[in-house]
Structure formats: C-alpha cells, structure tokens
Design a protein around this ligand. Structure first.
Ligand SMILES: Cc1cc2nc3c(=O)[nH]c(=O)nc-3n(C[C@H](O)[C@H](O)[C@H](O)COP(=O)(O)OP(=O)(O)OC[C@H]3O[C@@H](n4cnc5c(N)ncnc54)[C@H](O)[C@@H]3O)c2cc1C
Length: 322
C-alpha cells in the first residue's frame, strides 16, 4: 500500500505533479526502463519537504534524477520513488555583463573581474540552455559543456565535462536540499570535485548553483562551442540512444581504446551494441532491453579483466538492479 498511499497524499499537496507506475523509458536517453512506483516532479522547495515527509512515512526508497542521460533503469522497473526537479528549479539569473568599462570604473583589473560575474541557475535547468544563455550574455567558461545532454543538477552530480574540463571548476557555490535538514549552502572551498564525481554527501539533492563566469567575446565563444560540437559529432554515436560513456577511464588509460583493442566494437546482445563509432558507448539499436545493455556491460568487464587485469567501473548509474 505504501506507494498508492503516498501517491494519494502527494497528489493533493504538491505544486508539481506525481505519477503512479511511471515507465522510465520515457525519462531516459536510452529509452529503456520499466515502471517506477512513483515519479515526482518537484516544483519547489516546499514540494521537496512534502515529498520527504510522505516518503519517509510510507518508508519508500527514493532516487533523484535529471534527464536520465547517464542512467540505466532495469526492465522490471523499481518499487521506489524517482524525484526530478522542475518549476522554480528551472530558473536562470544571468545579469547582463556591465562591460569592461564598468569593471574598470569599479577599480577591477581584467583578472579581478573574473569570478565577480556569475550566473545562478536551478538544478533543473537543461545544461545546454545554460550554455546558450551564457553565450548570449557574452559569458565565457561554459563552452566545453555544449552538447552534453541532461540537467545542471545531473552535470554537477557527475562533474560532467570533457577529458580536460569538468563543470566543478566553474562552481562558486552549491545549494543542496538535505532530507530531514533543509537547504544548505556549500562554498566551493568545501566541495571536492574529482573525475565524474562532485563529492556532495550521499542523499543530498543539488537544487541550485552559482557559477563563475569570465567576460568573453561572442565570436570566440561561438568558435569554441562549434569546435566542441564538431568534436562530439566526429567521435560519438549521436544518432542512436545511449547514456554516453558507460565506463570510467582507469588511471592513465582510455577504456574506449582497451575495448576497441579487444575487437569488441560492434559486439551485440539482443538490440544493444558496443558502438562501432566509440567503443565506450553501448547503443540501443531500437529493440534493446536494459538486460541486453547489462549483458554487454558484464561481458566487457569480464574480457577487460581477463586481458588487462583491470576491474572496470561504470560511469553510468543504475536504478532497479538490486
Ligand atoms: C550522447 C551523450 C553524450 C554524453 N557526453 C558526455 C560528456 O561529454 N561528458 C560527460 O561528463 N557526460 C556525458 N554524457 C553523460 C550525461 O549526459 C551526463 O552525465 C549528464 O550530466 C547527466 O545529467 P542528467 O540530468 O541526465 O542526470 P541523470 O542521468 O538523470 O542522473 C545522473 C546522476 O546524477 C544524479 N543527479 C541528477 N540530478 C541530481 C540532483 N539535482 N542532485 C543530486 N544528484 C543528482 C542522479 O542521481 C544520478 O546518479 C553523455 C550522455 C549522452 C547520452
């Protein structure tokens, strides 16, 4: 009865929307995943409070997701609640740049002006919307993130980025919602960013971030963004559903190269395949199940362990496989 009772209770009390038995193939870039007991679109901090009050009373497990672009959800789904952020968490405050003259008048050198301009964005903002907003305002520093799918919250949780840049480097503050506690502001000095990890405490939900910007020139920003997008188009299988890179690179090694050298490009299970374009992507050819993707993950892990002695770790996150 837990999920049904929680659904009834939440339905009348949220600013956002709650769905019962919601199929997750609608909410993942893999287009895979069975139903979760509850799918809750939280539109405000009030909603998060109500949600955790009800979920804890009904003893339901929960997970926070963005756009599901780094997720594999089991075909059987999950008897828990998946929370996502909408409404007030989709706001961006990006003041227009006052311009170099104003910086000079304020007595700031170009170096001092860095970091004094910032964008504040909710964690439900689509990352690419943020990149475009920065570009329109003449803010530099976000170009590396162009083309990374998902939300700002997901990007921050994953410290998303490229081989050389991660979003963590441009954060000045994070605001998280800690169930049972409420909102906490965490300055950059207390955050421990690492390869595809933010270091936030388990169970914290990122709700907002202040991001440092550097005044830039639109022509140069556009050129960097185009170069980034072209690199993606040339190296990633963007025409087929995937969740991006499946495995983390082991220290000083490229997992894509390791998998390719094992001859596993094009390796298939059911409707899933190791992409012939990029060996660290497993794509859905249209008829894949989450079970097919998982079978490939396990086979790749086995072959890499046998051949190189390396235990691979996944970059993608899992729901419903316990
Ligand atoms: C075609 C393609 C290309 C990609 N290229 C890249 C790339 O170049 N670089 C890169 O780093 N990634 C890449 N990815 C992976 C993915 O897009 C990123 O990890 C993205 O930042 C995930 O965002 P999301 O909103 O979809 O998060 P989800 O996939 O929904 O969630 C990912 C993780 O973040 C957590 N999370 C989400 N929101 C919050 C929140 N508000 N608070 C706390 N935790 C939260 C979830 O619990 C989960 O553990 C790619 C994916 C695809 C499909």
């Amino acid at each position: 009865m837990g999920a049904l009772d929680a659904y009834r209770e939440l339905k009348g009390r949220l600013d956002g929307t709650v769905y019962l038995d919601e199929p997750m193939n609608r909410h993942t870039t893999y287009h895979l995943g069975g139903p979760v007991a509850l799918y809750v679109e939280c539109a405000s901090v009030h909603d998060l409070g109500v949600c955790f009050e009800v979920l804890s009373a009904e003893q339901l497990p929960w997970a926070i997701v963005g756009k599901g672009s780094n997720l594999l959800v089991s075909d059987a789904g999950w008897r828990g609640a998946v929370l996502t952020l909408t409404g007030q968490f989709k706001e961006i405050v990006a003041p227009p740049l006052p311009g170099e003259q104003a910086d000079e008048q304020a007595g700031w050198s170009a170096d001092e002006a860095r970091g004094r301009h910032s964008i504040v964005a909710g964690a439900g903002v689509i990352l690419n919307t943020l990149v475009q907003t920065a570009f329109k305002h003449g803010y530099s520093g976000f170009e590396f993130a162009v083309g990374i799918p998902g939300t700002l919250g997901g990007a921050l949780a994953m410290n998303a980025g490229t081989a050389s840049e991660g979003i963590g480097t441009i954060v000045s503050k994070l605001t998280v919602y800690r169930p049972g506690v409420g909102l906490l502001r965490i300055p950059q000095s207390e955050l421990h960013w690492s390869y595809r990890a933010s270091g936030i405490a388990p169970g914290d939900i990122i709700v907002e971030s202040e991001l440092k910007t550097v005044p830039g020139h639109t022509v140069q920003i556009r050129a960097k963004m185009e170069a980034s997008l072209n690199r993606r188009k040339a190296t990633q299988p963007l025409t087929k559903p995937s969740a991006g890179s499946v495995f983390r690179n082991p220290p000083d090694a490229s997992v894509g190269k390791m998998i390719e050298d094992l001859g596993l490009k094009g390796y298939r299970r059911g409707g899933a395949e190791v992409s012939p374009v990029h060996a660290n992507f497993i794509v859905n050819n249209g008829s894949a199940t989450a079970g097919d993707v998982l079978a490939i993950i396990m086979e790749v892990c086995r072959r890499v362990k046998d051949e190189y002695g390396t235990e691979l770790q996944t970059e993608i996150r899992f729901i419903g496989f316990e």
